[in-house]
Design a protein around this ligand. Structure first.
Ligand code: SF4
Ligand code: SF4
Length: 199
């Protein structure tokens, strides 16, 4: 198994652990995303690492979608290329690659940040702070006592431990996605017979 493929699997494992902790936090806090909201994906200066999009890049390569994505990226979209302006059959609204979204996409909304004086605060959006004000205030108080919240810094550290170079290669989201796709495509185009099987 290639280094890139193994690395993508390690990232998926971290994502799976994070998703479980977020689900528990959502359950216990009552906080959730507003229906059909994509506001955080529409941030034009959203920055991410290359590493967090390695699983997406492997998936795209395995399913021969990488060139379609590279063509879309070449159009210079202001927003994340995974938003629905890229039509993927059966998935035309919101994030077209939800299963392979990045670390920031998972952390934002329902993870914790450490404040200047060490208190925890919820890394979330105005939609949640205002639309679910009561639950938000209650959860903010409780994460500093008994309520467990996944801390963003812990998961960033886990990514650093997987591959510090790709974890610290931070760019605008579409640049990181493109870099991840090019890394995977370059590797497999120079390693005939090493294309991983989908699934
Ligand atoms: S985190 Fe906030 S802005 Fe992002 S989708 Fe959820 S409700 Fe919308
Ligand atoms: S990958 Fe999906 S969830 Fe993340 S910013 Fe792009 S559209 Fe939003």
């Amino acid at each position: 198994m290639s280094y890139l493929f193994k690395t993508a699997k390690k990232v998926e494992k971290v994502f799976s652990e994070l998703d479980k902790q977020i689900a528990t936090f959502q359950n216990q806090s009552g906080l959730h995303c507003a229906a059909k909201c994509n506001l955080c994906c529409m941030k034009k200066d959203l920055e991410t690492s290359v590493l967090e999009f390695l699983p997406l890049a492997v998936y795209l390569y395995e399913n021969n979608l990488h060139e379609q994505f590279l063509d879309e990226l070449a159009k210079g979209h202001d927003y994340c290329v995974c938003l629905s302006h890229l039509k993927v059959e059966g998935k035309v609204t919101g994030c077209t690659q939800y299963e392979h979204r990045g670390l920031i996409c998972r952390l934002f909304g329902f993870s914790g940040l450490a404040g200047k004086t060490g208190e925890k605060k919820i890394y979330t959006c105005k939609v949640i702070k205002t639309g679910q004000a009561e639950e938000y205030q209650s959860a903010t108080a409780r994460i500093n006592t008994k309520l467990k919240i996944p801390m963003a810094s812990d998961f960033q550290m886990k990514m650093d431990q997987i591959d510090p170079s790709m974890a610290n290669d931070i760019n605008l989201i579409n640049v990181s996605i493109e870099k991840a796709i090019l890394k995977v495509a370059y590797y497999y185009s120079n390693s005939p017979g090493k294309v991983p099987k989908a699934g």
